[in-house]
Design a protein around this ligand. Structure first.
Ligand SMILES: Cc1ncc(COP(=O)(O)O)c(C=O)c1O
Length: 362
C-alpha cells in the first residue's frame, strides 16, 4: 500500500466513499472521466490487460474501503468465476442457502469435473469447521475453499464471520466472502482474515439499478495478481460507463445504506405485528418475511403492490420485492418467503403500500 493509500484507509468510510478514486493533478477534472478506449498510444497498454483510468478509480475507492487491492469485472458472476479460476480449488464448501447463481456455477463446475461442492449450514460454525477439516484432510488445506455469503440471499442468515475466517486461516484454508448484501459499509471481511471479498456492485454499490459490475478485493498481492490474470484471460472486463456510474453510486453508498436500513427496521417492526406475517428478518436494508398462506398468498401480495416495485435484484434507491421460491435454484426456501430490498422512499409511503397489498391479497 502506498503512503497515500495507507493514510486514506484511516479515514471513515463516509469520507473514503466521497474522496477516493479522484484525479489529483492541479488542473485535473474532479471526477475521473469515462475513458472509452481499448488501447493507448506509445505503449503496450491494452484495456483488457492493463485496465483503464475509469476502472482504476472505482477499484481504488472500493479497495480503500475494504482494505486491499480491488479489481472490477463485468458482473458479480464474472468476479465469482474469476475467483474460482484463480484459486482453482478441488473442494468448495458453500452455504446451502446462498445466491443461486453462484451455486449454479459451482454445480456446473462440479458436473464438468473441475471441483467438488460441499453444502453446509453456514450459521453452524462448528459444523462448518468439521466439514472444512474433513475436506482439508482429504485433498490438502490449500485445495479447499470456504465460500461464505453473509448476510445470505435470500434468508439473511448471518455467519460468524470472524470465527470462520480465523478458523480457516489457522488451517491455511482460503476464504471468499460474498459481501454483496453488507456492502463495504456494514462489514470489511479482509480485516477479519478473509482471503478475498467479492461484491456484486450491481446492487448497493451502484445503487440505482442501472448497471452491472463485479468487484474482488484482496490484501494478498499474489492472489490479486492471479485475479488480474483471470480477468485478462477470461476477458470479463467492466464497461467504461458502468465503472463510472458505480463510482458515482459509491459516493452516496453510506447515506443510502443508512437511510434504507432505518426504513427497513421500521417496516420490520410493522410486519412483526401484522397478523398475516409468520416470520420476519431484517439485516441492514434487507427484509425477508413469510406470508401466511404460502406461495399463492405471497404471489398475490407481490402482484398487489403499487409503489413498491415487484422485481428481482436489490440494492437500488427504490424498494423492490419478490417471492424467491419461484426460482428453481431457490426451490428449497419457504414458498411464502418474500425478499424485500428497502429503498430510500418515505417509509410511511412504503408501509401504506405494503399494508394495503397485504390487506387486499389475503
Ligand atoms: C449475493 C449475490 N452474489 C452475487 C450475485 C451476482 O451478481 P451479478 O448479478 O452482478 O452477476 C448476486 C446477484 O443477485 C447476489 O445477490
Amino acid at each position: 500500500m502506498t503512503d497515500e493509500k495507507a493514510s486514506k484507509s484511516q479515514l471513515s468510510p463516509q469520507t473514503i466513499a466521497v474522496t477516493s478514486g479522484r484525479p489529483l493533478g492541479a488542473t485535473d477534472p474532479l471526477n475521473t472521466p469515462i475513458v472509452m478506449a481499448s488501447n493507448f498510444r506509445a505503449g503496450p497498454e491494452y484495456a483488457r490487460t492493463h485496465g483503464t483510468q475509469t476502472w482504476m478509480a472505482l477499484e481504488e475507492a472500493v479497495g480503500t474501503l475494504e482494505g486491499g487491492a480491488c479489481l472490477s469485472f463485468s458482473t458479480g458472476m464474472a468476479a465469482a468465476s474469476a475467483i474460482l479460476f484463480a484459486l482453482h480449488p478441488s473442494v468448495v464448501v458453500v452455504p446451502d442457502v446462498s445466491y443461486l447463481g453462484v451455486r449454479a456455477l459451482l454445480s456446473d463446475m462440479q458436473d464438468h469435473g473441475h471441483l467438488k461442492v460441499v453444502m453446509v449450514n453456514i450459521v453452524d460454525s462448528a459444523r462448518v469447521a468439521q466439514v472444512v477439516t474433513d475436506a482439508a484432510s482429504e485433498v490438502g488445506a490449500d485445495k479447499v475453499l470456504l465460500w461464505i455469503e453473509t448476510p445470505s440471499n435470500p434468508t439473511l442468515d448471518e455467519a460468524e464471520l470472524d470465527v470462520l475466517c480465523q478458523m480457516a486461516a489457522s488451517m491455511r484454508v482460503r476464504t471468499v466472502v460474498d459481501s454483496t448484501f453488507a456492502s463495504p459499509i456494514a462489514q470489511q471481511p479482509l480485516k477479519l482474515g478473509a482471503t478475498i471479498v467479492m461484491h456484486s456492485g450491481t446492487k448497493f454499490i451502484g445503487g440505482h439499478s442501472d448497471l452491472m459490475i463485479g468487484l474482488t478485493v484482496t490484501d494478498d498481492p499474489a492472489i490479486h495478481e492471479s485475479l488480474i490474470r483471470a480477468r485478462t484471460v477470461q476477458g470479463a472486463t467492466p464497461g467504461a460507463l458502468e465503472a463510472f456510474l458505480a463510482l458515482r453510486g459509491l459516493r452516496t453508498l453510506p447515506l443510502r445504506y443508512s437511510a434504507s436500513s432505518v426504513n427497513a427496521a421500521v417496516l420490520a417492526q410493522h410486519l412483526s405485528q401484522h397478523s398475516a406475517i409468520e416470520w420476519v428478518k431484517n439485516v441492514g436494508p434487507m427484509l425477508s418475511f413469510i406470508v401466511s398462506g404460502g406461495a399463492v398468498s405471497a404471489d398475490a401480495v407481490c402482484a398487489a403492490v403499487q409503489l413498491i416495485v415487484h422485481a428481482t435484484s436489490l440494492g437500488g434507491v427504490e424498494t423492490t420485492m419478490e417471492r424467491r421460491q419461484k426460482y428453481l435454484g431457490d426451490a428449497h426456501v419457504n414458498p411464502g418467503l418474500i425478499r424485500m430490498s428497502v429503498g430510500i422512499e418515505d417509509v410511511q409511503d412504503i408501509w401504506s403500500d405494503l399494508q394495503s397489498a397485504l390487506g387486499s391479497a389475503l
